[in-house]
Design a protein around this ligand. Structure first.
Ligand SMILES: Cc1ncc(COP(=O)(O)O)c(C=O)c1O
Length: 422
């Protein structure tokens, strides 16, 4: 359930008319609903509340949507943050997430990032290799500090999602092979500055089936037992994120958070650990739409093209993963058409939908891509010297421009031209 619904033929974001926003802000732009963000966080937190030996840490994966207003909305209602770079950590702290609720993940943390995370006092750093454990130990010892760490294990489970966002197969770069975890704990326990307190995993994103998750969690449970039998203390387990969201209204959606929570409670019963979760897409996916205006409709030799003012630089998912986003008209009119919906960028890959049945539109009409709140603005670029997509957030009948459109002059001024290039 989201808060972008037609009322009297006009698409509303909560109580704000999207056509009015488009006139005020210009297109394209992202529009987020704070009510949807809060609802999804609350639903997820409630769904997993009973699992583990203490209230779980729900650490929002900032990568999904790193706008300060989004993070602050979540921080205000108790969310933690899962961050994968110094930039994301600074964003989370600036938005009001306490360091004690921040998990620092990522396969390529630098010494600078480690030092900053330790300095901030994060809840946990998730390690993904033995060399990384050694580097963190050296950094922490030099600072005279000890930091809690979890080893992210690679359980070699096929998450059944798109290959580019599948992270739990043995051949993927993520985590340590699960059968080397005992060795990793032994090494980490002997090193100064790091305190191995737990295990972690994350097998992929946009998962539409609970079975691979259950299989991975079951392997993690066996590992916890094995580690304890070898004399190690395991007090935490981080189950990652990955639960999918519905992208197409006409197709059955992925399992709901309630089903996920019930599975987690069943599989983790008896683990006697505090759990962490790192949901990203689930929290913000359906909380955002990308609003765009039709520039013109053009008849090609084999298909009609609807050329809109949003492009692959604004929403990369269709180009990168052949991802589906439902397309809707902002002002409902009668009639439908079959069209290929494209942006102005000079690549054939700048295609949002091929031969899609969409509401009939003409030049000047507004369209939205639904379920664009996650990995939309966060993956935007200035390719073709297009400006970064502005972002708007609504709350009831109020709205705010939470990231203004820059200017091309600012973009030009960021570059430096040495004398010898003139
Ligand atoms: C380590 C880690 N945690 C959490 C997430 C968030 O995933 P999702 O947005 O699928 O919930 C990701 C991205 O897939 C990730 O790499």
């Amino acid at each position: 359930m989201d808060h972008f619904q037609h009322r009297n033929g006009r698409l509303m974001a909560e109580d704000v008319d999207i056509a009015v926003l488009a006139d005020a802000v210009g297109t394209p732009f992202y529009c987020y609903s704070s009510a949807t963000i809060e609802r999804h966080f609350t639903v997820f937190r409630d769904a997993v509340a009973g699992a583990g030996n203490a209230p779980p840490l729900v650490a929002y994966a900032v990568k999904a949507n790193s706008n300060q207003a989004v993070i602050a909305t979540l921080a205000r209602i108790g969310a933690g943050a899962d961050v994968v770079s110094l930039g994301e950590m600074k964003r989370a702290l600036a938005a009001g997430v306490p360091a004690a609720r921040i998990v620092f993940s990522g396969v390529g943390k630098t010494a600078e990032e480690m030092e900053a995370a330790i300095h901030a006092g994060v809840f946990q750093i998730n390690l993904e290799s033995l060399p990384e454990a050694e580097m963190l130990s050296a950094v922490a010892a030099r600072m005279g500090r000890t930091v809690a760490v979890a080893f992210r294990v690679n359980p070699d489970v096929d998450a059944g999602t798109h290959a580019k966002i599948s992270t739990g197969k043995a051949e993927n770069k993520f985590g340590i092979p699960i059968d080397t975890a005992l060795e990793a704990f032994a090494l980490a326990s002997a090193l100064p500055g790091i305190d191995p307190v737990g295990v972690a995993l994350h097998i992929g994103s946009q998962l539409t089936d609970l079975a691979p998750l259950e299989q991975a969690f079951t392997r993690l449970g066996a590992l916890i037992a094995e580690l304890r039998a070898a004399g190690f203390t395991v007090s935490r387990a981080d189950l990652g994120g990955g639960l999918g969201v519905p992208y197409a209204a006409h197709a059955p959606g992925p399992p709901l958070p309630e089903a996920y929570g019930a599975m987690v409670a069943r599989v983790t019963a008896g683990w006697d650990v505090r759990l962490t979760f790192e949901p990203g897409r689930l929290i913000v996916g359906n909380a955002g739409v990308l609003v765009s205006r039709v520039i013109r409709v053009k008849s090609g030799a084999t298909t009609d093209f609807v050329i809109i003012d949003a492009a692959m630089n604004d929403l990369l998912r269709p180009s990168l993963y052949d991802a589906w986003h439902d397309i809707d008209a902002v002002e409902a009119k009668p009639g439908r058409m079959t069209a290929t919906v494209v942006g102005p960028v000079c690549e054939t890959g700048d295609t949002f939908a091929e031969g899609r049945d969409i509401p009939a539109v003409e030049a000047g009409d507004l369209v939205v891509f639904r379920t664009a709140g996650a990995y939309g603005a966060a993956m935007a670029s200035t390719y073709n010297s297009r400006l970064l997509t502005p972002e708007v957030m609504v709350k009831d009948d109020a709205w705010a421009l939470v990231r203004p459109r820059g200017t091309i002059e600012d973009l030009i001024a960021q570059d430096r031209v040495p004398d010898w290039a003139r």
